[in-house]
Design a protein around this ligand. Structure first.
Ligand code: SF4
Length: 336
């Protein structure tokens, strides 16, 4: 499958009163056509900042992309002008946010908002725009769209409002949708419907989706590929089966052990001890060292190389390096 987006060595920092926060530190990622890539990790790991950097939504006053490139259709999105990124944002790459109520304007009807979204990017008549709105509302499962487009956001339930936000993201036929915790504000049954809808839409339109979430249950339902992020870095990537059944990184294993499982008779949830490192002064070595029960001397001093297990499964951890392991074990042997 061809790549629709390639992020290379992305670094993003924020200037604060306390100093410079290095939120994203050398992220490499690619998104393939028609796939759902989930970026997972604890709060503050840099997953939302990475996705917002793609369409330059990080706050201009404090945030800055300090290095790297984001390639889309032969253009580096970090280098193009504000006008060019505005024409891509919402039309070729669109975003779905967590809370549908803040994403919609409460003073305009749903129809007017959707028509406005089309007119911002395409030269169409009002009749053509209205026809497109009705088609999209049908696609996202809103019944009787001709009537419902005359209603205001508060006249819809939470799940229906999120469907309208999805319709808004789809209205200009984008190649990529970035969905940042799109169902966190919804109850579990509505969550399942929304993810079913994502799958249907992807089948019909071939759109690629970047899903940002901390919820591994959601990931298990929809992701084709998963990138695990920790302290501003991608520490493991793989297809869903590789990450869920053959995780290699101790952090990925920790995340999976802290999720409740119905298939086990005795549930034994194991939290990951400690907290992520200070990103004002991130560690030079593996950022997981202080929380990792397998940490070796080398981990603290040098950032691990990337080790590959298949075309998609890659991990950054010294445990996969035979030499690093043997040095550690021989040192332990001498000491005992
Ligand atoms: Fe643990 Fe070392 Fe691997 Fe980091 S590199 S996850 S500290 S074993």
């Amino acid at each position: 499958m061809e790549n629709v987006l390639e992020i290379q060595n992305l670094h993003v920092s924020f200037t604060t009163y306390g100093g410079i926060v290095k939120a994203v530190r050398g992220v490499h990622l690619e998104l393939k056509k028609g796939e759902t890539l989930a970026i997972v990790g604890e709060s503050g790991c840099g997953k939302s900042v990475t996705s917002q950097s793609i369409i330059r939504l990080i706050p201009k006053t404090s945030g800055k992309i300090t290095d790297g490139s984001i390639l889309f259709k032969g253009k580096d999105l970090t280098k193009i002008t504000e006008k060019e990124i505005r024409s891509i944002r919402g039309s070729e790459i669109s975003m779905i946010f967590q809370d549908p109520m803040t994403a919609l304007n409460p003073t305009l009807t749903v129809g007017d908002q959707l028509i406005e979204a089309i007119k911002q990017h395409k030269e169409v008549t009002k009749t053509e725009a209205k026809k497109r709105v009705i088609n999209i509302l049908n696609l996202v499962g809103i019944s009787n769209p001709e009537e419902r487009l005359k209603q205001y956001p508060h006249q819809f339930s939470g799940g229906m409002r999120q469907r309208i936000v999805i319709a808004m993201a789809l209205i200009c036929d984008p190649e990529i949708i970035i969905a940042d915790e799109p169902t966190t504000a919804l109850d579990v049954t509505i969550q399942a419907q929304i993810f079913e809808l994502f799958k249907e839409i992807q089948k019909k339109t071939g759109v690629s989706i970047i899903l940002i979430t901390h919820d591994l249950g959601v990931v298990a339902q929809v992701a084709d590929r998963i990138a695990v992020m920790y302290a501003g870095k991608i520490v493991e990537t793989g297809i869903r089966k590789e990450i869920f059944y053959k995780p290699k990184h101790p952090y990925t294993k920790g995340l999976l052990s802290s999720v409740p499982r119905l298939d086990l008779e005795e549930e034994n949830l194991v939290p990951i001890p400690g907290s992520p490192p200070d990103l004002f002064a991130p560690p030079v070595g593996c950022p997981f060292t202080a929380r990792c029960s397998f940490a070796m001397e080398v981990c603290e001093k040098v950032y691990p190389n990337t080790y590959s297990f298949s075309a998609n499964h890659h991990v950054c951890c010294w445990l996969q390096d035979e030499r690093a392991r043997s040095v550690q074990f021989s040192a332990m042997g001498q000491g005992s």
